[in-house]
Ligand binder design. Structure first.
Ligand code: NDP
Length: 312
């Protein structure tokens, strides 16, 4: 039989939400144990400089910021561990979470902070140039390409919103849409179409992002005319949607049709008592480090209150 450990407050995930939950839970003496998951530090570890997180007047590199978060959580006494939650059993309390398919943790409360992952096109060049002109976050990285030409792929509300954001910074935004129409809401489409420095390319697939150490151009393909062309530019933004990392909880916790965990209004409570969700796994609207950290704080406070009710 595999080994079982009992903990008071288990946190799954190590982005701003998970670490902030750990800081608050540790200070409240909940003795939190946090498992970092596949990508310790989360999505911020694949960005470059973060300039919009309050408290860093000179900006900070995303990976360094997550090291700071981790160290702060550790200093408060959180038990931060390398490991991946591989299975959960929420059928009765205490809840059980399997780690690395090896050991089980029994937890009085569980804070889910597993985040979301940007979807990518799947090109080799996209992976190679990630962080060197390829980005999945215009709000994070657009500023670095001020007054330059950039491209964005995607045709949903996020792509439109990010194209509009980029149009205020960059000289030209080339927007590649794979079909002859956009999925985005009418109002967002109208705004994009009315913006003089956004050029929309319909029926367009991206074949390759080019550049040795940084993006210098992109090769596209018109799937109606079969024409290829090359556009010189400095950055390539991917905005084809995000996927919440919630598959582990399918059938156990309420989620919307895209898989985002549903929390009760003004709280981080899920449909199960003692199970809380924070950060991007339950937020498809704001998706910012600072808003994720704020909801991590809320989750720890909610868990503290909940655990208080168990003791009485
Ligand atoms: P969506 O899933 O709505 O859109 C993804 C877009 O990416 C689609 O246009 C899709 O094309 C395109 N796409 C997917 N895969 C590829 C690919 N391999 N190559 C090229 N294009 C691809 O994601 P969003 O992130 O835009 O939005 C998610 C949700 O959040 C939506 O419900 C949206 O309405 C909402 N949202 C609302 C906002 C607002 O109201 N202000 C702002 C941002 C998001 P295709 O259409 O051909 O499938």
């Amino acid at each position: 039989m595999s080994e079982t450990e009992k903990v008071h407050c288990l946190i799954i995930g190590s982005g701003p939400a998970g670490y902030t939950a750990a800081i608050y839970a540790a200070r409240a003496n909940l003795k939190p144990v946090l498992y970092q998951g596949l990508q310790p530090g989360g999505q911020l570890t694949i960005t470059t400089e973060v300039e919009n997180y309050p408290g860093y007047p000179n900006g900070i590199m995303g990976p360094q910021m997550m090291v700071d978060f981790e160290q702060q959580a550790q200093r408060m006494g959180a038990d931060i561990r390398w490991g991946l939650a591989t299975k959960v059993d929420f059928s009765k309390q205490p809840y059980r979470v399997e780690i690395d398919e090896e050991k089980w943790i029994e937890a009085d409360s569980v804070i889910i902070a597993t985040g979301a992952s940007a979807k990518w096109l799947g090109l080799e060049s996209e992976e190679r140039l990630n962080g060197h002109g390829v980005s999945a976050c215009a709000v994070c990285d657009g500023f670095f390409f001020k007054n330059h030409e950039v491209a964005i792929v995607g045709a949903g509300d996020t792509a439109c919103e990010e194209a509009l954001y980029l149009s205020k910074l960059c000289s030209m935004v080339h927007m590649f849409i794979r079909r002859s129409e956009m999925r985005a809401s009418k109002i967002m489409q109208d705004r994009v179409m009315k913006t003089p420095n956004i050029k929309v390319y319909w029926n367009t697939d991206t074949l390759e992002i080019m550049g040795e150490h940084k993006v210098d151009s992109v090769k596209i393909f018109n799937n109606k005319t079969n024409e290829e062309s090359i556009i010189p530019l400095r950055a390539f933004f991917v905005a084809i949607g995000h996927e919440p990392n919630s598959s582990l909880f399918k059938g156990l916790l309420d989620m919307d049709d895209q898989g985002y965990l549903i929390t009760q209004p003004d709280s981080t409570r899920t449909n199960l008592p003692g199970v809380f969700a924070c950060g991007d796994v339950q937020d498809k609207i704001y998706r910012q480090a600072v808003s994720a950290a704020g909801s991590g704080c809320m989750a720890a406070l909610d868990a503290e209150r909940y655990l208080g009710t168990l003791e009485h």
